[in-house]
Write a protein that binds this ligand. Structure first.
Ligand SMILES: N[C@@H](CCC(=O)N[C@@H](CS)C(=O)NCC(=O)O)C(=O)O
Length: 219
C-alpha cells in the first residue's frame, strides 16, 4: 500500500537500523520512524502483526512511498542509493565500490550476526553459558572483525571513504563501534577505525541517527 513518506521500522539500539537511519539522513530523505521494541514482553519482532510485514522477524524494515517493502539493511542501503542517486553512498570506481562493499559485508555478515540479540539469548538460555562467557564470546568476534578492517581504515589516512564525504563504509562502521563500546570491547588496537568513527560521528547525519537521539531510546 502506498504511504506518504518512507517508513522505517527500527529500534534505537539496533545497529542494523542505525545504518539505515544514517543513510536516510545523509541523503536527506524524510522518513517516519516506527519502533519495534526488541526486548519488551519478549520482543515485538515476534508478534504476528510485525511478522506479517517482515517474516524475517528482524529490524530494520523499510516501506517506501510506493509500498515497496524491504528487509536487510545492506539491501535497503543499495535500494536507497539506486532509487535516490543524488549523494551516492558508494564510490564510482568499480574496484573502490567492491572494497567499500567488502568492508560493509565484513561487519554485516562476519561480525554482527555472531553477536546479534537472538544469538546471545540462545547462548545463555539454551546452552546455559554464563554472562562472563557471553561477554567473552562477544568481544572475541568484535576483536577478530575489527582487526581485519583496521588496515583498510588506515589507508584512508584521515579522509572519509568517499574523500570529503562518508559513505557505506562509515554507515556500517559507526553502529558497529557503538556496539563495541556498549559491550566495553578494548578498541586500543584499532586507532584508524576509532578515528574514522569519531570523525563521522561529528557530522549531523550521524548525530541525528545515534541511538540516544531516537524517540524510543530508554531514558
Ligand atoms: N542482517 C540483518 C540483521 C538484522 C538484525 O539482526 N537485526 C537485529 C537488531 S540489530 C534484530 O532485529 N534482532 C532481533 C532478534 O535478535 O530477535 C540486517 O542487516 O538487516
Amino acid at each position: 500500500m502506498p504511504v506518504e513518506r518512507p517508513v522505517l521500522y527500527g529500534y534505537w539500539r539496533s545497529s542494523a537500523a542505525y545504518r539505515v537511519r544514517i543513510a536516510l539522513n545523509l541523503k536527506g530523505i524524510d522518513a517516519e520512524h516506527r519502533s519495534v521494541h526488541l526486548v519488551r514482553d519478549g520482543g515485538d519482532q515476534h508478534r504476528a502483526e510485525y511478522r506479517e510485514l517482515n517474516p524475517q522477524g528482524l529490524v530494520p524494515l523499510l516501506v517506501d512511498n510506493d509500498g515497496t517493502r524491504l528487509s536487510q539493511s545492506l539491501a535497503i542501503l543499495e535500494y536507497l542509493d539506486e532509487t535516490r542517486p543524488a549523494l551516492p553512498l558508494l564510490p564510482e570506481d568499480p574496484a573502490a565500490r567492491g572494497r567499500a562493499r567488502a568492508f560493509a559485508q565484513h561487519i554485516a555478515s562476519e561480525i554482527h550476526p555472531l553477536d546479534n540479540l537472538r544469538v546471545l539469548k540462545y547462548l545463555v538460555s539454551e546452552l546455559g553459558i554464563s554472562d562472563d562467557a557471553k561477554l567473552a564470546w562477544y568481544r572475541h568476534w568484535v576483536a577478530l572483525g575489527l582487526a581485519a578492517l583496521e588496515p583498510q581504515a588506515a589507508e584512508l589516512d584521515g579522509a572519509f571513504s568517499l574523500g570529503e564525504r562518508p559513505g557505506l563504509v562509515e554507515i556500517c562502521l559507526v553502529p558497529q563501534m557503538y556496539n563495541a563500546r556498549r559491550f566495553d570491547c578494548d578498541l586500543s588496537a584499532y586507532p584508524a577505525l576509532t578515528a574514522l568513527d569519531a570523525r563521522a560521528r561529528e557530522l549531523e547525519a550521524f548525530r541525528l541517527a545515534a541511538p540516544e537521539a531516537q524517540a524510543d531510546a530508554d531514558p
